[in-house]
Design a protein around this ligand. Structure first.
Ligand SMILES: Cc1cc2nc3c(=O)[nH]c(=O)nc-3n(C[C@H](O)[C@H](O)[C@H](O)COP(=O)(O)OP(=O)(O)OC[C@H]3O[C@@H](n4cnc5c(N)ncnc54)[C@H](O)[C@@H]3O)c2cc1C
Length: 459
């Protein structure tokens, strides 16, 4: 089938590139190939009763389908160049921020109106952090919440579905170059040909992206992996931070090793959830805008970044091995009270049930020190004591730690400033490029490429 443009992946990168392309070029013949289901058919079977933990569905409804990995996320769109990706290195800081605001405007227009935009500008929390050797990163955060995020995606799909040829359950398995066209074959055996192809396969498509780069001789660089735990504590302890900022990205340099530990993905009054990436179960968290769905707890991750160089370059493999170890010992996610961890005890079901902080995820009580490398765990413990100074109670014995949280990064694809590979007309955007790792950066990269293609149709 001959198309003008084929987009691979219907996550935020794919959605926003198709939205902008069709807005600027009505009548363009665009196909979006998506490995997963349409939004309304994305249902994770875990119900806490019959199915309590991940059964490795293929495709995974949490990671794959319209909306991508972000569909059931907390919908936090961070408007910043300080984290969430390095898109600005390609397109400049100002343009990156402008595009993130543009995406924010679309989200508001499609159902997000009325949601709150938080900001670190002029906050006294920054001073409080600095006084305690902690560093608050600058950002504005639009918090859609899992529920509104879903509505926005549903509205965007309804806007696009008659203008764009969406093909669900259609994973691209091969991308080849033939006679000046890109030939894309799907798992169903369909073949699409187009002069331009945008790959936006996200994190779940990372191994596949690697194979495309190998087949087409696209240079790549290895990237980093972040390893840590998810912390859960009473929401009241962090309310002075979360009420004002919603999400605070705080960085701490450990005294022992000089490593950087940072907070990540803060979910006020949220729930801890498990996540399955290619069969490996790791921990994550989300929260709801709707007060009826909120919990008594706040959760956030504490992560340490690991970069490897020669001779070992497989940073994701390293993270996977640690996650596998935790899956092996805990059958999935391990939970431990902070008090048990520092006193060298395994948490037991009895100790967890006596904890004043009630877990929001049913995980296996265990001992994280048997799973996490000492250096990483020491850093996390140091940071918990540092956070205790700005949010007293953080280092309480009843603070719950879930492990492991691993943030995998795609290898970085070598791209031009137009996010184009060494093959003219083949673009790589979003998380599978290795240069974004957030909703706002992935979406902005989609708009950027759509505008570039629209301005340069013959290039
Ligand atoms: C539980 C969770 C919570 C999160 N919360 C936040 C948050 O609050 N804020 C934030 O900024 N970020 C968050 N993130 C990260 C965010 O979701 C991602 O950064 C973002 O979705 C990346 O967008 P993307 O389009 O690049 O990739 P993805 O969203 O991963 O989408 C890629 C799509 O491509 C499809 N695909 C993969 N391979 C193929 C193939 N071969 N053929 C066809 N289709 C394919 C996948 O099925 C998927 O639907 C969260 C992630 C998770 C898992």
């Amino acid at each position: 089938m001959k198309k003008d443009i084929v987009i691979i992946g219907a996550g935020p990168g794919g959605i926003f590139s198709s939205y902008e392309l069709i807005k600027l070029n009505p009548g363009l013949n665009i196909t979006v190939l998506e490995a997963g289901n349409p939004l309304n058919k994305r249902k994770c079977p875990i119900d806490g009763k019959k199915i309590k933990s991940c059964i490795n569905c293929k495709p995974c409804s949490i990671m794959n389908g319209f909306g991508g990995a972000g569909a059931f996320s907390d919908g936090k769109y961070n408007i910043t160049n300080q984290f969430g990706g390095t898109l600005y290195e390609y397109i400049g800081k100002q343009q990156a921020i402008e595009l993130m605001h543009y995406v924010d405007g679309i989200n508001l227009a499609y159902g997000g109106e009325g949601t709150k935009l938080y900001s670190t500008a002029n906050t006294s929390i920054k001073t409080l952090c600095l006084q305690n050797n902690l560093h608050l990163l600058d950002a504005s955060v639009r918090h859609l919440g899992t529920d509104i995020n879903y509505i926005v995606l549903d509205n965007l799909y309804n806007e696009l579905k008659d203008k764009i040829d969406f093909r669900f359950n259609s994973p691209a398995v091969k991308v080849e170059k033939a006679d000046g066209l890109f030939r894309i074959t799907t798992g169903k055996g369909e073949v699409f040909e187009a002069e331009k192809c945008i790959i936006s396969a996200g994190r779940s498509g990372s191994s596949w992206m690697e194979s495309v780069c190998q087949d087409l001789n696209i240079p790549t660089k290895s990237n980093r992996v972040d390893i840590g735990v998810r912390v859960e504590l009473p929401a009241l302890l962090f309310s002075h931070l979360t009420d004002e900022l919603y999400e605070s990205k705080i960085v701490y340099r450990t005294e022992k090793y000089g490593d950087l530990v940072r907070t990540f993905c803060m979910n006020p009054r949220g729930a801890v959830v498990s996540e399955n990436t290619n069969g490996i179960v790791t921990v994550n968290g989300h929260s709801y805008e709707d007060p009826a769905l909120q919990t008594e707890n706040t959760n956030f991750a504490l992560l340490v970044a690991k970069h490897f160089s020669e001779p070992f370059k497989d940073s994701n493999g390293y993270g996977e091995s640690i996650a596998r170890l935790s899956n092996m010992l805990g059958g999935g996610i391990i939970i431990q009270r902070f008090g048990d961890l520092v006193s060298g005890h395994r948490s037991t079901a009895a100790r967890i049930s006596e904890s004043f902080t009630v877990p929001t995820l049913a995980a296996t009580p265990g001992d994280l020190s048997l799973v996490m490398p000492k250096r990483i765990l020491d850093g996390i413990i140091e940071m918990i004591y540092a956070l205790d100074k700005i949010a007293p109670g953080t280092a309480s014995g009843d603070t719950l730690l879930y492990g492991v949280e691993v943030k995998f990064y795609n290898m970085e694809v070598t791209l031009s400033e137009n996010l184009e590979t060494n093959h003219k007309g083949l673009f790589v955007i979003g998380d599978c490029s290795g240069i974004t790792h957030s909703l706002s950066h992935a979406s902005a990269s989609g708009v950027y490429v759509a505008r570039y293609i629209s301005k340069n149709p013959d290039k």
